[in-house]
Design a protein around this ligand. Structure first.
Ligand code: ATP
Ligand code: MG
Length: 719
């Protein structure tokens, strides 16, 4: 047997060696899909002799991309690991090569939500809008929907219009939506910024308009592989269709039972209908599970069986028997947290490192009680979700300094020109903004041109300019890590934090420096500051790996695709998991899939915990229906909830199920879907509010979005 075939079963081997054409793997959690995918990469390189650079391997998160890259590096021994990335970061690669086709420089900026908010703030101030006109999050949604539904005009606006024309459209706009939309397009273009949607849409646009570029990429990608295919969305699917259309070698893997992103536009039909969309599809099933003990598996199987719309499939265990799945009912949430802490200490004393234990939950706020207890009990832990690492103030400031050196863009300028204090406050900024608008230049240029002006007397503006200029002159020749340390020091930023006594922020900066250093050493030649900045914008908290020995805390969504020796799935209560926002049968089935994903992360031990008490709205807390779904004989209890509590829970669940059925009459639509209302005519779904069981819809004929309940008869409009 070849080296790369070791440790694979027959189905996996078939998946690895079926290299040509369209191949689909449908298989359950922990059945070795991801493992087959990485072995297949190695097989293509080692056995067939394909260049890694001609393979695209798409993962769902940057974290799994990193893990996969390491595995492939280990299997092929090659430093060049080709394109192993998320759809978004692959688009960054496309645009870094070909953004000139849309007259964008290679050093475009990738914008995340906080960048977008910073732009919105400028627009709101300039045009006297308030959050009452539209909150930032609504404004972001509105922009997204307009971009998705109004093509190709949006591209014509964004790509072909000059900055002056965009500015003019912005100034001429009268209603808030238009002001915000054109204001945003203007701000984006001004700093050559692209948001996450733009990344995919610009790539698609380039492929559509420029045949040569499209052919170049199509020819380059001889093999395409996609993990977690059950959660692919429309735009990603379209991109994939284009990319595979030359060599026609496409390999996808997914599990319909793990679809957990329909609320964000994912559509499992792409996995299920794959064989109808592509010719001669070979479908491979994998039945054995290599991750979890039989006890964990049967409990998980028993749960997912309760979903109505589902293709039946059973996971067969391969591992020897282990501990039973243990349920714990606590009188209140502190007692629940304490139980978890005690179990963790027990396991730790028996030799299980903290890092092998993970706490999973449905919602972020659950961590507060657990954290309190862990602090008291001195259990080291790290939270993988919550405030995102790269979203933290000090990290954004540090990156803004780097961006300032490379791009001198307005967003970075606004963020750090007066941090630490340089006496460049509101009045002076307003002066610069006015000057920049009149002269059509950046704020930084405006500052340079006016540095001798009286208004900047008594400020540290000149030394700020000197600082940026000196770094701008030679950063290209220096390692990024060195540039970062130097600028944090010379700008006085770190001194400011030390004076404030913000040790935690200083620690985070140290972590950032470490990550820059690792980036440099892993990328070699490619590691320019511009590359680093473009890729960093795609990162999320879960990507900042913490290797020390700590218990991990994360949401179930974050845990997708991962595995952990011991899992504590906590706060299994009605109103928390399933979330109280669950208002339709379909949404309830997605919650159940989410619980299934959570349970199937566990390898050796699974603990399910819940507590009595009250929810935020004052309603009593009942054990989750997902606990009651599982066949009782498959669970062990430390302390069983009393019969009367179970009876009450059952009453509540029955009542809720009738309500769900009521709300689930009629069709269901996702964000971005075009529909037709019998009275208001055509429109686009801007938001789905599960709690109110209503859509927010932007109708073509009505200026402001309207709220329409699920009961209304809506017709699907294609395109
Ligand atoms: P998920 O649906 O959760 O993403 P998956 O199908 O991708 O799961 P993997 O993560 O690839 O599953 O594999 C689960 C575990 O089983 C891993 O630890 C992997 O190393 C192991 N494994 C996979 N295939 C085999 C095999 N043939 N023999 C032994 N162990 C295996
Ligand atoms: Mg996987």
């Amino acid at each position: 047997m070849e080296e790369s075939m070791k440790g694979l079963n027959a189905a996996q081997e078939e998946a690895v060696t079926s290299t040509e054409g369209f191949i689909r793997v449908i298989a359950g959690a922990g059945s070795g899909k991801t493992r087959a995918l990485s072995q297949r990469f190695a097989y293509l390189v080692n056995e067939i002799g394909i260049l890694p650079g001609n393979i695209l391997c798409v993962t769902f998160t940057n974290k799994s991309a990193n893990e996969m890259r390491q595995r492939i590096h280990h299997l092929t021994g090659d430093n060049d690991t080709g394109y192993i990335c998320t759809f978004h970061s692959f688009c960054v690669s496309i645009l870094q090569e070909d953004s000139n086709a849309v007259q964008y420089p290679k050093s475009f900026l990738v914008l995340d939500n906080s960048d977008i908010d910073a732009m919105l703030k400028i627009i709101y101030e300039e045009r006297n809008l308030t959050l009452r006109n539209m909150t930032f999050s609504k404004a972001r949604d509105m922009i997204e929907i307009r971009k998705i539904s109004k093509e190709p005009e949006y591209y014509l606006d964004m790509i072909t219009m000059s900055l002056d024309t965009l500015r003019q459209k912005y100034e001429e706009a009268v209603n808030p939506s238009d002001i915000i939309f054109y204001g945003y397009l203007y701000q984006e273009k001004k700093c050559f910024g692209l948001d996450y949607n733009d990344l995919i849409k610009f790539s698609l646009y380039i492929f559509q308009e420029e045949e040569e570029i499209r052919l170049k990429w199509q020819r380059r990608l001889e093999y395409i592989m996609i993990d977690e295919f059950q959660d692919i969305d429309d735009l990603q699917y379209r991109l994939m269709e284009v990319l595979c259309n030359h060599h026609k070698n496409l390999f996808i893997v997914g599990d319909p039972d793990q679809t957990i992103y329909t609320w964000r536009g994912a559509n499992v039909k792409y996995l299920l209908d794959f064989d109808k969309e592509f010719p001669h599809v070979k479908t491979i099933m994998m039945m054995q599970n290599y991750r979890s003990t039989p006890q964990i598996l049967s409990a998980a199987n028993s749960l997912i069986e309760k979903n109505q719309s589902r293709i039946k499939k059973e996971l067969l265990p391969t591992l020897p028997g282990g501990l039973p799945v243990l349920c714990h009912h606590a009188d209140h949430s502190r007692a629940e947290a304490l139980f978890i802490a005690v179990k963790i200490q027990e396991l730790h004393e028996k030799g299980t490192p903290y890092r092998d234990m993970t706490i999973l939950y449905r919602a972020h706020y659950i961590t507060r009680t657990i954290e309190e207890i862990f602090l008291k009990e001195k259990i080291p832990y790290t939270i993988y979700s919550g405030v995102q690492f790269f979203g933290r103030m000090e990290i954004k400031d540090a990156l803004s300094y780097l961006r300032m050196i490379a791009y001198k863009d307005d967003l970075s300028f606004l963020r750090i020109a007066n941090v630490p204090k340089r006496n460049i406050g509101q009045r002076r900024l307003a002066f610069l903004q006015e000057y920049a608008a009149a002269k059509n230049c950046t704020l930084y240029d405006a500052l340079i041109k006016n540095i001798e002006n009286d208004i900047f007397k008594g400020t540290k503006a000149a030394s700020f300019v000197a600082l940026i200029e000196s770094f701008a002159a030679d950063y290209a020749e220096r390692p990024i890590s060195e540039v970062l340390s130097a600028i944090l020091n010379e700008s006085g930023y770190e001194r400011m934090l030390r004076t404030e006594g913000s040790q935690e922020r200083l620690d985070n900066l140290a972590e950032l420096k470490q990550s820059v250093y690792e980036y440099e050493t892993s990328c070699g030649e490619e590691s320019t500051l511009e590359h680093y900045l473009t890729h960093i914008a795609l990162f999320t908290n879960s990507d900042a790996e913490d290797r020390s020995d700590k218990v991990k805390l994360m949401t179930v969504h974050t845990a997708k695709g991962l595995e952990f020796p011991y899992v504590f799935l906590c706060a299994m209560n009605e109103g928390i998991f399933p979330s109280k926002k669950t208002n339709t049968l379909q949404a309830m089935e997605e919650e159940r899939r989410l619980a299934f994903v959570a349970m199937t992360r566990a390898e050796k031990g699974l603990y399910l915990t819940e507590a009595e008490g009250r929810n935020f709205d004052g309603s009593p807390r009942y054990p989750s229906r997902f606990l009651l779904d599982i066949d009782e004989t498959l669970l062990a209890y430390t302390q069983k909830p009393q019969d009367h509590l179970i009876a009450k829970a059952q009453d509540y669940i029955n009542f809720n199920s009738r309500y769900l059925l009521d709300h689930s009459q009629g069709q269901h639509f996702a964000r971005g879907q075009r529909i037709k209302h019998s009275i208001f005519g055509p429109g686009t779904i801007v938001e789905v509010d599960m709690e109110k069981a209503a859509y927010t819809i932007q109708f073509e004929k009505i200026e402001t979005p309207r709220t329409i309940t699920f009961r209304a008869k809506l017709e699907v409009l294609q395109g």
